[in-house]
Design a protein around this ligand. Sequence first.
Ligand code: ACM
Length: 267
Amino acid sequence: MRVGYVQFAPEFGEKERNLRRIEELLAGEGADLWVLPELCTTGYQFRNRGELAELAEPVPQGPTVRRLLALARQGGCHLVVGIAEAAGGRFYNSALLLGPQGVLAHYRKIHLFYEEKNLFAPGDRPLAVAEVGPARVGLLICYDHLFPEVARTLALLGADLLAHPANLVIPGLGQLTMRVRALENRVFTVTANRIGTEARTGEALRFTGLSQVVAPDGQVLAQAPQDREEVRAVEIDPLRARDKRLTRLNDVLADRRPEFYRILGGQ
Ligand code: ACM
């Protein structure tokens, strides 16, 4: 199975241009699963909710989702893509798993980062895992990486691979934690981060690139540059993630002692 990331610099508000860039970047590239960045068709730094209302779209009937579904159908591939979603008068920072058959998973970011708290509603859908060929794929978005509970829950739900659309701005942080999320759960992770800068609010956000694919032992199988576009896929055996053994006598999921973590249940 081939899985990879699409690292590029979306332009704020330019949905048509961003969609065309995605189509160009994927033309002629072969993989079963591509992960794209968070909010990669709209851009990230909305000045206010009015701007978000103009750019967010309903799922699945919005034109952006329909266009990406057509891309998945034409390419015979699956895409995990971050979009701005409008639903019931609210806005969500969402990730969709799209395939030739349609929308396979729909996740709304549960841990909102920084000014996102003034724009988006926190996610209200369960953590999502869906099948892509032989692999079970779980979704999380950017800052969710800093909550080990998210990756662990997805692993306990059976995910072999965590697809992680991102707009990371703190140098090195998400790339480091996702290596740890991979090895502590013995799963593959694919982080698709964006590059470029947005400075629409008087505050410049510089996105840190370094998209990566990580193996269940924490090894980085592929990593993009900090500041250039890159589309890259690697061959993996997702079934490697079903083996949770660390030593002959240790299995990182079976060795858990949830009775000692009970405080995590309710707080
Ligand atoms: C982030 O959650 N966009 C850092």
